[in-house]
Design a protein. Sequence first.
Length: 115
Amino acid sequence: QVQLVESGGGLVQAGGSLRLSCVVSESISSINSWTWYHQAPGKQRDLVARINSGGSTNYADSVKGRFTISRDNAKNTVYLQMNSLKPEDTGVYYCKVVAASVAYFGQGTQVTVSS
């Protein structure tokens, strides 16, 4: 069974950085996209960043210029480099992979940004 495992979350002061990782437990052929979502406490899950199979990326306006999504196909891993973190970035970050119209989600990793 395919599993996505996120890591890299933690507690950081405002202005700090974190790098999240999402590893797919086994090779999935024809991954169409990798996406990071953010869910703040009591809020809906929102898209943060996406990278598709061609390498094109898109970001939520709130993170443009601060976050960078990248992937390492050989390691079945996608990363989210988060710089200049703000308290409003606090929440659980989820990774999603879409392959052959099937979506796979990870369990999430907690990010807490203190002011």
